[in-house]
Write a protein that binds this ligand. Structure first.
Ligand SMILES: Nc1ncnc2c1ncn2[C@@H]1O[C@H](COP(=O)(O)OP(=O)(O)OP(=O)(O)O)[C@@H](O)[C@H]1O
Length: 344
């Protein structure tokens, strides 16, 4: 059977055209059939292809010479490619014209211009982003400065007599006389934890001019970067400073505030060896335990003043009376009697 070109080829007896973009890969396929199996050789512009293929990684023959493969389209590969197919019975020579399309000048200009525009846009974006970040950082710094200023100085002029101190505690100033250096505080075991803070036992040197270390309880935020918790602790500290000392409350001994911008605020208060009042009562130290409502006897026990005429407000007692009983067992008895009296 004489050789015949199959339709899957991209060469034909009448000739075809293959257009390829420069630097793209392409191939010329000359699939044939015939019996005996035809032999295939290739010509480029009438010359044997061997010269091009020899020592050239970019051009190769495969599939019994049926495929001529080009890794990159280059101008030098442009031309007429003939596929010489021969067997004993016949001979055919299908061919194709390969045209390599380079980037036209206009295309090149468009590419360069678009690239430049993209670079300029990206660059502007980066600049705008940097300016924004810087601006936000400045705003944040200003806000931090403002918050720190409010913490230190407060804004007493804005206090409203019709509101409770608890509602406007932020406006109260901080008293630097309470400041204790970090190196004077040695933290110990945890005594307990509240809604937003935890309390640790500590030894503090140089408190009230004393040489020997003072045992105290240090209250700090559970999570240093939680602003809401820090704010609550600041309010607690300011209220304690505002209240001043009193026999029946757990008094403020000092505070470590120099790292407050990093969320670190420690409040040093008197240590109460019996801890929390509710737990103390629940442990069965008081014989009338059954008469106390377990719900209202939590923090509210401290918030209801057992001394109606006490100059300290109910709020003030809320910050300390829970722990007072460890210090003074007689006061404890008086408070419980008064509490029962008030309950009736
Ligand atoms: N001065 C103190 N002496 C001994 N233990 C204390 C002292 N202060 C607090 N504790 C212990 O730490 C626990 C937590 O105290 P904290 O004041 O943080 O919480 P709270 O008053 O119960 O709750 P909240 O944080 O809502 O006010 C208490 O229950 C108590 O066991």
């Amino acid at each position: 059977m004489a050789p015949r070109v199959l339709s899957s080829s991209n060469v034909s007896l009448e000739g075809t055209e293959i257009r390829v973009k420069e630097s793209f890969p392409f191939f010329i396929a000359c699939y044939v059939e015939g019996r005996p199996k035809p032999k295939i050789t290739w010509l480029k512009d009438g010359e044997n292809i061997d010269e091009i293929i020899e020592n050239n990684d970019e051009v190769s023959l495969s599939d019994d010479n049926q495929i001529l493969d080009f890794k990159f389209a280059k101008k030098k590969y442009e031309g007429k490619y003939e596929c010489n197919v021969k067997n004993r019975v016949g001979h055919i020579q299908p061919f194709t014209n390969v045209i390599i399309e380079g980037l036209s000048n206009t295309n090149l200009v468009i590419t360069i211009v678009s690239f430049t525009i993209i670079v300029i846009i990206l660059f502007s974006f980066v600049i705008i982003l940097v300016i924004r970040i810087k601006k936000n950082k400045n705003i944040r710094n200003d806000m931090l400065q403002l918050e720190l200023f409010l913490f230190q100085e407060g804004n007493v002029g804005k206090l409203n007599k019709e509101c409770t101190i608890e509602e406007q505690a932020e406006l109260l100033p901080y008293d630097h006389a309470f400041e204790v250096e970090r190196e004077n505080i040695t933290l110990g075991k945890q005594l307990g934890a509240g809604a937003f803070g935890r309390v640790l036992l500590a030894q503090v040197k140089g408190l009230n001019g004393k040489e020997s270390p003072t045992r105290c309880a240090v209250k700090m935020c559970k999570f240093e970067y939680d602003k809401a918790h820090l704010r609550a602790l600041i309010m607690e500290l300011k209220i304690m400073i505002h209240l001043g000392k009193h026999l029946n409350i757990v008094n403020l001994l000092g505070a470590h505030t120099s790292n407050i911008d990093k969320g670190e605020l420690w409040i040093l208060v008197e240590y109460c060896k019996y801890g929390n009042l509710l737990k103390f009562i629940q442990r069965g130290k008081a014989q009338f335990i059954n008469q106390i409502d377990p719900v209202t006897s939590d923090i509210d026990v401290g918030r209801t003043s057992p001394f109606p005429n006490d100059p300290l407000s109910a709020t003030s007692l809320g910050y300390g009376i829970e722990y007072v009983f460890g210090r003074n067992i007689i006061t404890f008895a008086i408070v419980i009697v008064l509490y029962l009296f008030l309950m009736i």
